[in-house]
Design a protein. Sequence first.
Length: 170
Amino acid sequence: MATIYLSLGSNVDREASINACLTSLHKAFGSIELSSLFDSSSVGFEGTDFYNMVVKVETTMALEALVVFLREMEYAHGREPDAKKFSPRTIDIDLLLYDDVICDSPAQLPRDEITFNAFVLWPLSELAAEQKHPVNGKTYGDMWAAFDKSSQQLTKIPLTWTVPKEVKHL
């Protein structure tokens, strides 16, 4: 069983897109743990604000199969297959960590955004504060404590997803 962390983001019909994705993840994986939900400005392009969060999941899927599965889930939730990297999207699902695997293919692990995007690091630190980054050896809690919080503004907002009772939510 592998422990994985997924970063979710949406800036198109944000609330409905995040809620629909959470429902799909719950159906696919069963019990999931959720960070807080954050409102953040677009990074890398001019666009409407995003909703972002991190989800912790346990899976028996092999890494290669998981990457394909997550991409198909994005498409099922309205993401365009030819969407540019920095563009509006209904849902973006990024695999941040797959246990302590370090690789560049079929996905970059650990995902480099962990170290420089507040909208990834803050919610990840909520779920895995004591866990160590497999490359730099620092805990996510320590990384968030040292992060320049003036560089990216985030606002915690209420999550409206109807949480099944077996889902743990911070």
